[in-house]
Design a protein around this ligand. Structure first.
Ligand SMILES: [Zn+2]
Ligand SMILES: [Zn+2]
Length: 269
């Protein structure tokens, strides 16, 4: 099997412009895109970022005729308590292969906005991990917890700092397990934002708690980041004795042996 990157965006997300056809060229296997759903999107001036499901499905159906049904449908749900009902109403009756659960904002600002840098890392961690736990408690039907460290990407956080929040973070991981979700290794967080050691800590807590389901996602917004550093992420999982990664089809989990997960002929930038 070729690289299966379970977190990518196309022009159906407002912050990306990549085409499905370009992603299809990166692999001979299936692809999935996970487009944004963020109500009151602080990153987008407070507008609702809503995936046009009809257009998205129509485009995928059309390309699937041409490309041997290789494209799957996904969505990245940006959770806030305030938008819970809107999210449910949106999802009602729509079919996705995979739903990512993300926390991007606190209702006032997105955690990648410059204002966050003016705050104390400790306060932001406290707030962000609490929001993450609430998202998992309130929205248990998604398939993957994305980028657990999104809220702290702007800070240089050490493992010892992270460990101060272990009660909350272990509760987060426990919820991932209870909800039958997979824990995402967000390779841009790990290898672009330099948070690989934080991920290692989370992996070891997750395994201790009995977690076994991992997803690999680059969070690519263009093909330049497709399968970003997957080699290293796979090596890391192997180091922790993990032998499978989880992919979702029609929201059903499927375990793929890590050795067959990736086609080494595919170039990683
Ligand atoms: Zn995200
Ligand atoms: Zn994303």
């Amino acid at each position: 099997m070729a690289i299966y990157d379970q977190h990518m965006h196309t022009y159906f997300s407002p912050d990306a412009s990549e085409m499905f056809e370009e992603y299809l060229k990166q692999t001979t296997g299936p692809i999935v895109t996970t487009e944004h759903l963020d109500f009151h999107d602080c990153y987008n001036g407070g507008q609702d970022t809503v995936l046009n499901y009809v257009a998205y499905s129509a485009k995928i159906n059309q390309l699937n005729e041409q490309y041997d049904k290789r494209i799957r449908k996904g969505i990245e749900i940006g959770y806030t308590k305030e938008s819970h009902q809107q999210i449910n109403e949106y999802l009602n009756g729509k079919v996705f292969d995979v739903q990512l659960l993300s926390v991007h904002q606190n209702g006032i600002y997105d955690f990648l906005q410059p204002i966050v840098k003016e705050k104390k890392a400790a306060d932001v961690m406290d707030e962000y991990f609490t929001l993450l736990l609430a998202a998992l408690e309130n929205f248990s039907t998604a398939n993957i917890l994305s980028h657990f460290d999104y809220g702290i990407r702007l800070f240089d956080v050490k493992v010892t700092d992270l460990q101060k929040y272990q009660v909350t973070l272990k509760a987060v991981l426990q919820k991932v397990i209870e909800n039958n979700m997979a824990f995402e290794l967000n390779t841009r967080s790990m290898y672009q934002y330099g948070n690989v050691t934080l991920y290692e800590q989370m992996i070891s807590w997750y395994l201790e708690l009995g977690g076994a389901s991992f997803s690999l996602g680059s969070d690519a917004h263009s093909i330049a980041d497709y399968g970003f550093h997957f080699d290293e992420a796979i090596a890391l999982l192997k180091k922790y004795g993990v032998s499978t990664v989880t992919i979702f089809e029609k929201q059903r989990a499927k375990e793929i042996k890590i050795g067959t997960f990736k086609d080494s002929t595919i170039k990683i930038k």
